[in-house]
Design a protein around this ligand. Sequence first.
Ligand code: ZN
Length: 458
Amino acid sequence: MALLIKNGEIVTADSRYVADIYCQSETITAIGKNLTAPPDAEVIDAAGKLVFPGFIDPHTHIYLPFMGTYAKDTYETATIAALCGGTTTLIDFVIPNPDEEPLSAIQTWGSKSEGQACMDFTWHMAITSWDSRVESQLREIVKSGVASFKVFLAYKGALDIGDYGLYHAMTLAKELGVITTAHCENADVVLELQKKLISEGKTGPEWHEPSRPAYVEAEGTRHIAFMSEVTGGHVYVVHLSNEQALSQAIAARQRGVNIWVETLIQYLMLDKSYAERPDFEGAKYVMSPPLRDKANQEVLWNGLRSGLISTLATDHAPFDTTQKRMGIDDFTKIPNGIPSLEDRVRLAYTYGVLPGKLDIHRFVDACSTQAAKIFGMFPRKGTIAVGSDADIVVYDPSHEEVLSAATQHMNLDYNGFEGTPVKGRCAAVTVRGELQVKDGQFVGIKGHGRFIKREPTH
Ligand SMILES: [Zn+2]
């Protein structure tokens, strides 16, 4: 069906103007003044509202097994929540067990997402072991449209593949032209610090941050940059949380390393004092890398504003308060994650754009356009242009709301930003021309989402 969005103020990464947008067969086909539509077209009056390209979250965990339990969202609940918050595309991680073949994990994630997603999605392929069979399956997986890898420097004995695996994975990535995303924390040091703290009886969630101090992440970032120099592969540092790690990435970039940086809304809004809350309340705020000292927030905002940090993501990984209690006697057993898939865009708008920490174009760039460019979806996704997918957010900047578990769509019994006021609401969200959200509520077609095949980017 045809769709006409009238009189909105269109804001992309590089332009701002008032115009109508006409969409047909899933695609934006015209942008201009006083466009007309056939009588059966859906018409959205966007006067007085901001019109953004659909936002992209390049880092989520929807299906996620963890120590015998699973993250709470399904592809259906997660994508409904994401859409209500203005995110129209996400990149989830396919993570094989170290003894599982990559293709088998792809099938698992396929079965979890098929017919469930209400918006478009794609995957990063995690490499958790290395041998010739893994290598040949990865070649097949890239050919099938999964054009980015993920490696863990962290999680010793579980997901970490060591320098042998890193070297081979990144050499293959270079050959195939795919980018490698990396969790950068020194696995050995984290493990030893964890053992030391636990042996000293320091078992509460407030000890999570001291077990993975900023230098552990800085070392991981330096290390992945070095492996990029060795192999020539492009790298993307996921969830960078602090100044020391950012300095390593900037230094590498100055040496000519093809390195990109992502930060998370949690690091901009929350700090380590949340994980120090009494009565195990702090467990809600355990994620890795951990929430940091507040002084890092200004550095990260500045990094985002200047483009030294390319993208703003969530690392959405929802475990409820019962699951968090798995770590009641040992913080290393607390499932990691502070869910924020639904809240990222409104928080970045309210606490970034409105106080002037983030230019509105950089906001669109960091929350949408850069992810599309880095991961091979631009200009199909990430902008408003003729020929792009009709993924559009009509944002009502006058609306006021308070974030709360009671009203969220994420399938979870808490919200890490409980009680935080936000400005703005998604008056309308479309995915390939289909109206999926109206006035902040899902009104669309379940299962409308499609897997996006991507080509290598370099
Ligand atoms: Zn993650």
